[in-house]
Structure formats: structure tokens, C-alpha cells
Design a protein around this ligand. Structure first.
Ligand code: SF4
Length: 478
């Protein structure tokens, strides 16, 4: 595939707005598809020997690594991340000690020639760890896998601007980081107070400037729309401030309000939340402002400057989706380290223990902290590819999938394609010979377009007593 429907639809998308009636029909809970099957389908019968088998049969070559640092010094009320709130900086020593052991053990399971082309530190707050701690982890990764220094490497870290000094950016660059994402969400003081996360545009701008001077090659800003007290006026000001900082990428995520699942969200007043129509207005505002400022819309949630590797991957068909959102390196096996980290190796996903005692307990016992996972079936792999093409290319190449998996796409997905007739009548997709294409309107509703291809959701709908209904697991799609 040489180009994506998203690229062709970019200009058309600016003027293509779903009606309020269409939104109310399609605004329903659904997965974000950073993996398929989603983590909700992982089983605790998956063990270390299952993952060893996956490692043994995985393709050779470079790897991607994710390091989860769970600590934060205060809770942001919207947050759904796996984290530990503490102000005890000494907790970092114990955590890094376990991380180093895990890195050594997993490194020994690979064949020893697996350099890390991609590395991401997420959280929590990665900079809860000192530079010395981060340096220890880099040393372990280099000894047991192998770090690279070429400019193609993607070594990234999530930065909480409230906790990092500009001088720290040079220290992070000296360690090897060349990409950073800055958590902002919204600069409006009322919104910031409502979510317990107060930071100024000035301190964030100073950090971006320091990162550029230190040699970081890609800087990203994270925003969230749908937060309490947010209005189109206030978010216009935030977007103007963000655009003035000239980040290479902007990620604008939809706030998922699930207070029954995430305790800090109970601090947020329902009455302060924008309605579904107001939230759609914010989504469209983001698309319009960023596109007018020269950014390219990347599938769902992400925007990048035209020369950024994500925008280039969108054009040449090399875009993938992983746990960090969109990526150009998803073909690499991903090894996750730390509490709750997820790995994708060969045709398996596995996840580490999701609590600190569980993670420490396994390592101290001398075992890898794998808590659950899943080995993908042939059907999972067919559906994963189909869903990824919807999310990353806005177009499903039915002939290519038929050939890759030895199926007849039309027959295999007869029921799903029959459901597409309604989406086609609503203007979300277009059936062409050998193709299912997302329209300019449909690109605002990628999750509802992908959901009919999700076998687990289909089974859940057919047998609600056996599975939690989707409404309890997932955020709404707008
Ligand atoms: S949003 Fe980030 S900093 Fe805030 S509580 Fe969640 S993980 Fe911690």
C-alpha cells in the first residue's frame, strides 16, 4: 500500500462533520485498539513458559522496550494510568533494584544480539527517578540487550513539566534520550484546578526550548479534551499557546470518564463535564486549529508536522498502532519492564503484575512478574490486522488480508460486512471492489467502525452474562 485514505481525505476531513444525531448513535463505549485483543481479554493462565515459547519463535532483529515507572507525587483527577501516589523519593531505590533484575533475566532469555531500536519510559512519572537511577537502568539495558546511538533510534521519555527543571533536559539527552512528550492536558487555570494539575505555559515553553538546545529531535505535547470546565473558548487559548511552542507532534486524547473504575475521577463533578455535543465541538476545534497550523492528522488522536516520521509513515503506509498510540516501529517485538508493563512478542501479549507488592513479590521470589497474557489465535491475527488497517490507514485491503492469512475476506467477514451496510448508509465507510474505505466523516468515528470486527465484543454482546458488558470496560468513542 503506497498511501493512506487518511492522507487523501485530509482536506476533505476539515469540512466533514458528523451530525449531532449521527454522533449520538455512534457515541458508545469501545476499545481504543492499542492492541487486539485488548488487555481485558488477557488470561491469568498465561505463564512464563508461554512467553519463553514466544521468545524462542520470535523473529530475530532489534527490539523495542518499554519501562514503566509508576510513581507520582500527586494524583491528577482524570488519570486512568497504573500508578502509585507517593512523595517518598526513597521508593525509587527499591523499584530500580527490581527493574535491573528483571532486565537481566529477560535479556538472558533472548539470544544476546537484540539491540534496542526503540525505548520508551512512561508512567506514572518517569522523572520521579533521579538521573542516577535512569543511568543505572540504561546501563542494565545496554549490558543485557544493547543500546544504539544512531540518529534513527527512538528513545523517548514522558515529562511532567511540573517536576522537571530545564537543566535536566540536557542530562536526559546525555543519557541517550532523543524524544520527549510533555503532559499538559489544558493550560486553562479553571480546568487545571478542576483536575488537580496546575502548571504554567511559561514553564512548559522553557522546557521545550531547553530540550531543543540539548539536541532532542522530536518533541510532543499531550492534551486531553472533554475535561471538566473546558469550553471551546478556553481550549482555543490552550491550542494557540501549544501551537506557539511548535512541537513536532501533538496528541489530543479524549477524556474517558469512568469513575466506577478509576477512583480519582470521583473528584470530578459530572455537571462540570462538557456534553457529548460540546466534546465533539472540542474535537473538531483541535482538528481545525492544528491542521490550519500545518499539522497532519494521524489516524485517531495524533497530529504531526509533515516532515515528522509519523506523518511520513502515514503517507508511505508504514504507520502502526501500539500501547503508546501510533508508531513507526510496531513491527518490532516489544518487551515491557516494570509494574503492569505489557509485552508484545511474536503472537503473544503478556502483562506484568499490576501492583507494587505483586511485582516485588515475584522478583524477590526469583520469578518473572508475568501476571496474565494471551497467545493469539489465527482468528485474532486476522482481526488484529483488519482493525489496525482501519485505525492506521483508513482503508482495509481485503485482497492483501485474504492472501496473508489464507482466507476469503468476504466470506470470512460476511456478518461484519453486512453490518457495514448501515455504516455505509450513514456515510462512515464506502465499499469499493476489494476495499473497505473510511470516509472523511468516518475518520471521526474510527472506533465504532473497527468494533464490528472485534470477535470479543461480538461474543460479549451475544452472551452478556459471560462477559462484562462493554459499557463497564471502555470509554465512549467520542
Ligand atoms: S496524569 Fe500522569 S502525573 Fe498525573 S497522576 Fe496520572 S500518571 Fe501521574
Amino acid at each position: 500500500m503506497t498511501s493512506s485514505t487518511f492522507t487523501q481525505n485530509r482536506q476533505a476531513a476539515l469540512g466533514a462533520i458528523p451530525s449531532a444525531e449521527l454522533i449520538s448513535r455512534y457515541d458508545r463505549p469501545g476499545p481504543r485498539y492499542t492492541s487486539y485483543p485488548t488487555a481485558a481479554e488477557f488470561k491469568d493462565t498465561f505463564t512464563e513458559s508461554d512467553r519463553l515459547a514466544a521468545i524462542a519463535s520470535a523473529a530475530p532483529g532489534p527490539l523495542s522496550a518499554y519501562i514503566h515507572v509508576p510513581f507520582c507525587s500527586s494524583p491528577c483527577f482524570y488519570c486512568a494510568c497504573t500508578k502509585v501516589i507517593t512523595r517518598r523519593l526513597d521508593m525509587a531505590d527499591a523499584y530500580v533494584n527490581r527493574l535491573e533484575r528483571e532486565i537481566e533475566w529477560v535479556g538472558n532469555q533472548f539470544d544476546g544480539a537484540r539491540s534496542l531500536q526503540q525505548l520508551h519510559f512512561g508512567g506514572g512519572t518517569p522523572t520521579f527517578l533521579s538521573i542516577d537511577h535512569l543511568s543505572c537502568i540504561f546501563g542494565s539495558l545496554d549490558r543485557h540487550f544493547g543500546l544504539v546511538t544512531d540518529s534513527d533510534r527512538e528513545y523517548s521519555i514522558e515529562i511532567d513539566p511540573r517536576t522537571v527543571q530545564p537543566t535536566t533536559m540536557a542530562e536526559l539527552a546525555a543519557l541517550g534520550f532523543n524524544r520527549a512528550s510533555f503532559g499538559i492536558q489544558d493550560f486553562d487555570p479553571d480546568v487545571q484546578r478542576a483536575v488537580n494539575r496546575e502548571q504554567t505555559p511559561e514553564e512548559t515553553a522553557a522546557l521545550l526550548d531547553a530540550a531543543r538546545r540539548a539536541g532532542f529531535s522530536s518533541l510532543s505535547i499531550d492534551l486531553i479534551y472533554g475535561l471538566p470546565k473546558q469550553t471551546q473558548d478556553s481550549f482555543t487559548r490552550t491550542l494557540d499557546q501549544v501551537i506557539a511552542m511548535q512541537p513536532d507532534r501533538v496528541a489530543a486524547y479524549s477524556y474517558a470518564h469512568l469513575p466506577e473504575r478509576f477512583k480519582p475521577q470521583r473528584q470530578i463533578e459530572d455537571a462540570d463535564l462538557p456534553s457529548a455535543a460540546e466534546k465533539l465541538g472540542l474535537l473538531l476545534l483541535i482538528g481545525r486549529k492544528l491542521t490550519e497550523a500545518g499539522y497532519v492528522a494521524i489516524g485517531m488522536d495524533h497530529y504531526a508536522r509533515p516532515a515528522d516520521t509519523l506523518a511520513v509513515a502515514l503517507t508511505d503506509g508504514g504507520l502502526h498502532r501500539n500501547f503508546q498510540g501510533y508508531s513507526t516501529h510496531a513491527a518490532l517485538d516489544l518487551v515491557g519492564f516494570g509494574m503492569s508493563a505489557i509485552s508484545r512478542i511474536g503472537n503473544c501479549y503478556s502483562q506484568n503484575a499490576r501492583t507494587l507488592p505483586g511485582y516485588y513479590g515475584a522478583i524477590d521470589y526469583g520469578a518473572l512478574p508475568i501476571e496474565r497474557g494471551i497467545r493469539l489465535t489465527h482468528d485474532d491475527r486476522v482481526r488484529r490486522e483488519t482493525i489496525e488497517q482501519i485505525m492506521c490507514r483508513g482503508e482495509v485491503d481485503e485482497a492483501a488480508i485474504s492472501e496473508q492469512f489464507g482466507i476469503n475476506f468476504e466470506r470470512y467477514f460476511a456478518a461484519e460486512l453486512a453490518e457495514m451496510a448501515q455504516l455505509e448508509a450513514d456515510g462512515l465507510v464506502r465499499r469499493l471492489p476489494g476495499k473497505l474505505q473510511v470516509t472523511a466523516i468516518g475518520r471521526h468515528l474510527l472506533r465504532p467502525i473497527a468494533m464490528p470486527f472485534d470477535a470479543y465484543l461480538r461474543r460479549s454482546a451475544a452472551a452478556p452474562t459471560l462477559h462484562a458488558p462493554p459499557v463497564r470496560r471502555y470509554s465512549r468513542t467520542i
